[in-house]
Design a protein around this ligand. Structure first.
Ligand code: ZN
Ligand code: ZN
Length: 341
């Protein structure tokens, strides 16, 4: 089979590999659709010790496919089943898992290999995080389950409710999915982004009210103006930049909730106005990854048509296009690239 293999930072190779044979408890999928992700770009640049502990590995982690072979002992799936799989599975045994927070599992098993024609899924993933698709759901849409489950975690952590004002800082694919998810909860959503092709796309999709950071000297002032001086009920950083985390804190109103969704470079810090944090009872939350429950709820949102992410796919390519796709992502010329191996 053909595959795009990650050998280390900056080293992506197109290779011919044997089609995997499922071991006991495993299934093998033929990949029908894969999506590029901002994390791919980060990982290609500097590696990712958590998501990719060992190299070489086939690259990519957002995918949906059709079961092509089933290992001994697998009851839940059969050849020909269309499924989506998350890119990790929790252990169910560690303290975090037992505390009901499997996204913080101390032994998360990560799976990579979306940019290949086939992938073998390990028993733990098969048991925890592979879900059947209805015949009507296109694979390209199902492949959104993983990033959408992450977005759901952010919105869930903030307990977003109907009628609240939610400000999403950042207009990358996850900023858009966060906005769409908050919108699905009947919140008023404002996306803060910067002039350019991608932001125009967000505007055209009608996902949210748009605040162009280039046109306002101060984003925080712009948000306060749009909220009658109060500030937002919820602000979500989807950029992973400390200066934007700071804006997220400043743009939230009394009693508000800030979600730190984008991961910043290690060692960075942000200042905190202690008076506001205390007297205005700010809630400051991190949000990381997803849970098996949210993976299923993300799929429900897609299956029911409550959330249709198709507009975020800006390009469509085969495996040959993966390098170009990641280049487009790195230079901000794409939101999501659909890879059809
Ligand atoms: Zn991703
Ligand atoms: Zn665990």
């Amino acid at each position: 089979m053909r595959a795009v293999v990650f050998h280390g930072p900056g080293d992506l190779r197109h290779e011919e590999l044997p089609i995997p044979v499922p071991a006991r408890g495993e299934i093998v999928l033929r990949i029908d659709a894969a999506l590029t992700c901002g994390t791919d770009v980060k990982t290609l640049r500097r590696g990712h010790p958590v998501m990719i502990p060992r190299v070489p590995t086939v690259f990519g982690h957002e995918f949906a496919g059709t079961v092509s072979a089933v290992g001994e002992g697998v009851r839940a799936f059969r050849e020909g089943d269309r499924v989506v799989a998350a890119n990790s599975a929790p252990c169910r045994r560690c303290l975090s898992c037992r505390a009901g927070r499997p996204n913080l599992c101390e032994d998360l098993l990560f799976v990579n290999g979306a940019y290949g024609q086939f992938i073998a899924l390990p028993p733990r993933l098969v048991a925890e995080n592979v879900v059947l698709l209805s015949p009507a759901l296109p694979a390209a849409r199902a492949a959104f389950v993983e990033p959408l489950a992450c977005a759901l975690l952010g919105v869930e952590r903030a307990r977003v409710e109907a009628g609240q004002t939610v400000v999403v800082l950042g207009h990358g694919p996850l900023g858009c999915l966060l906005a769409m998810t908050a919108r699905a909860r009947q919140a008023r959503v404002i996306v803060v982004g910067k002039t350019g092709w991608r932001f125009e796309r967000v505007r055209a999709l009608g996902i949210a009210e748009c605040v162009d950071a280039h046109h306002h000297r101060d984003v925080v002032v712009a948000v306060r103006e749009l909220t009658a001086g109060r500030g937002a009920d919820v602000t979500i950083d989807a950029t992973g930049r400390p200066e934007v985390w700071r804006q997220a804190i400043e743009a939230v109103g009394r009693g508000g909730t800030v979600v730190f969704f984008g991961g910043c470079p290690p060692g960075t810090t942000v200042p905190l106005d202690t008076r506001r944090a205390h007297y205005e009872e700010l809630t400051l939350l991190g949000a990381f990854h997803h849970t098996p429950e949210l993976v299923r709820r993300a799929l429900d949102l897609l299956e029911s048509g409550t959330l249709v992410p198709d507009g975020l796919v800006t390009h469509r390519m085969g495996l040959d296009g993966v390098d170009q796709a990641l280049e487009l992502m790195a230079t901000g010329q794409a939101l999501k690239v659909l890879i059809e191996p």
